[in-house]
Design a protein around this ligand. Structure first.
Ligand code: FRU
Length: 494
């Protein structure tokens, strides 16, 4: 039965979504049908299609009571909208259906696990949120909330766990057909931790272990966890709030964290060996992964950041985009990310240059565009030539440009959207330490109208930013303080 609240949301999104034309949206990144989008939810492969749900408030382009928007795709690049899947319409989720995930049941039903939010007034004034984990089951279009919801509440918390911060279940199926999920939580002191639960049928859950604990190292509350095996190791992804920087590895505010280590299945314990940020740009948060039918671990994230949500004013009909889906691997003990290979099918109109030697500003015939896949190889050889700074500027016209620059002496790569038409004083730049590999810095830059994702050295690092420069600004130029030598391979993406 579709509730009145969900029916209204579906009617509204259908009418208002139709008013947003294709060119007002990114071409191959998912944005909300209308209104606001944050985290990816329920990323799954069901009945021959990829399903992606998202945190959704259709009625305005700012955050509001959370619904789940819904879209499907066969290639993870071309998405079709389906009617919103969940609305805050029961006593246990009346103030929001927060983030969660999906699994396929043996009987062919699609199971969604999400966080139900209820606000309760506090004696001292104001409100306090209580969060529980809930289930909805459906057919890929309509979902019925489980009558016995919630399936995990305060009673399922280990000692000291906060009932206010207990959210974002990520479910997966084990080889024996049972289910596990990880849930974000924190202690009363707001110290993040990830809880592991197990279930035989997806409905009855029991606590297994505290899988990881922050102990004051990486921000406070840990949101949106994910846990999986990859290349012989185990990977825990989470998005910590209130981070403090550590060198160039983490930055202030809402960040991302990847822990790589070993997992003991009998004791349900995770032993950390390595930590790093997931994305080194500005706009990436709340990642979620899927195991594709052909065995690839694919990650998608909200291509935005809570600290920069005032980037667009509410006059715009939509706000928030998903990142490009990225194939994950572990190489040199680190998490590597590459754009999904399906993207190569969109490539057309190849333009290639080799060994372009230049000083100052240069432009190359045929190198322009706002929907492109561009590989740049910068030859860095300080014995042969002096290069103090290299930059590529894109989304460029007489007034605007967005830039990626590199200073070989410091090995620092910077993304900069200060001149991207913004009139707001939020963060516009971010720097990251990068490696020179075999005498080269390799950059693959994917542009899609309102975003740039920069894959460094075949996925060793990624820097993601969004910007809303007018689409007519499609120039690209190169800059060298000193002498630069570059190879350029560019495709349009259609
Ligand atoms: C992360 C998050 C989640 C929560 C959701 C609410 O971006 O804060 O923890 O479930 O957004 O929209």
């Amino acid at each position: 039965m579709v509730s009145q609240t969900l029916r209204e949301a579906r009617k509204y999104e259908e009418a208002m979504g139709a008013g947003i034309s294709g060119i007002q949206r990114p071409a191959f990144h998912l944005c909300p049908r209308v209104g606001w989008m944050n985290d990816p939810n329920g990323f799954s492969y069901y009945k021959g299609e990829y399903h992606l749900f998202y945190q959704y408030y259709p009625y305005d382009s700012v955050w509001g009571p959370m619904h789940w928007g819904h879209a499907v795709s066969r290639d993870l690049l071309h998405w079709s909208y389906l009617p919103a899947a969940l609305a805050p319409d029961t006593v246990y989720d009346k103030d929001g259906c927060f983030s969660g995930s999906a699994a396929v049941m043996p009987d062919g039903r699609h199971l969604l696990m999400y966080t139900g939010v209820v606000k309760e007034p506090r004696a001292e004034g104001g409100f306090r949120e209580f969060q529980t984990q809930c289930i909805a089951v459906g057919d890929g279009r309509d979902y019925e909330k489980y009558p016995q919801n919630p399936v995990l509440d305060a009673g399922a918390l280990p000692e000291g766990g906060s009932r206010n911060d207990f959210r974002d279940p990520k479910i997966w199926e084990e080889e024996d057909g049972t289910y596990r999920c990880v849930v974000g939580n924190c202690t009363g002191e707001k110290d993040g931790r990830i809880l592991l639960y197990g279930s035989k049928d997806g409905f009855q859950w029991n606590f297994l272990s505290i899988l990881a604990e922050n102990k004051g190292r990486f921000g406070r509350m840990w949101e949106c966890p994910d846990f999986f095996r990859l290349d012989g190791k185990y990977v825990l992804l989470t998005s910590p709030q209130d981070m403090m920087p550590k060198g160039f590895e983490y930055h202030n505010g809402n960040g991302t964290l990847c822990l790589i280590g070993e997992y003991d299945e009998t004791t349900h314990t995770f032993r950390e060996e390595h930590d790093q940020a997931i994305d080194y740009g500005i706009d990436f948060y709340a990642s979620q992964t899927i195991l594709s039918p052909d065995g690839r671990r694919i990650m998608i994230g909200w291509m935005q950041n809570w600290d920069t949500c005032n980037q667009r004013d509410s006059e715009h009909a939509w706000f928030g985009q998903m990142s490009l889906p990225r194939e994950l691997s572990i190489e040199h003990g680190r998490l590597y990310q590459r754009p999904i290979r399906e993207l190569e099918k969109l490539r057309c109109r190849k333009v290639q240059y080799e060994n372009v030697v230049f000083e100052g500003i240069t432009r190359l015939e045929g190198i322009r565009g706002r929907r492109i896949d561009m590989e740049l190889l910068l030859h860095v050889d300080s014995e042969k030539r002096e290069l103090r700074k290299f930059a590529v500027r894109f989304a460029q016209d007489d007034i605007c440009h967005t830039a990626i620059s590199f200073r070989p002496h410091e090995s620092l790569l910077k993304v900069d959207r200060k001149f991207s038409g913004s009139r707001r004083a939020y963060i516009h730049q971010r720097r990251s330490l990068v490696n020179i590999r075999e005498g080269n810095l390799k950059l693959r830059i994917i542009l899609d109208r309102f975003s740039a994702e920069v894959f460094v050295n075949d996925g060793e690092q990624v820097l993601t930013i969004t910007f809303y420069t007018d689409q007519s600004a499609d120039g690209i130029s190169f800059f060298a303080d000193g002498e630069a030598v570059i190879d350029v391979l560019k495709y349009d993406l259609e």
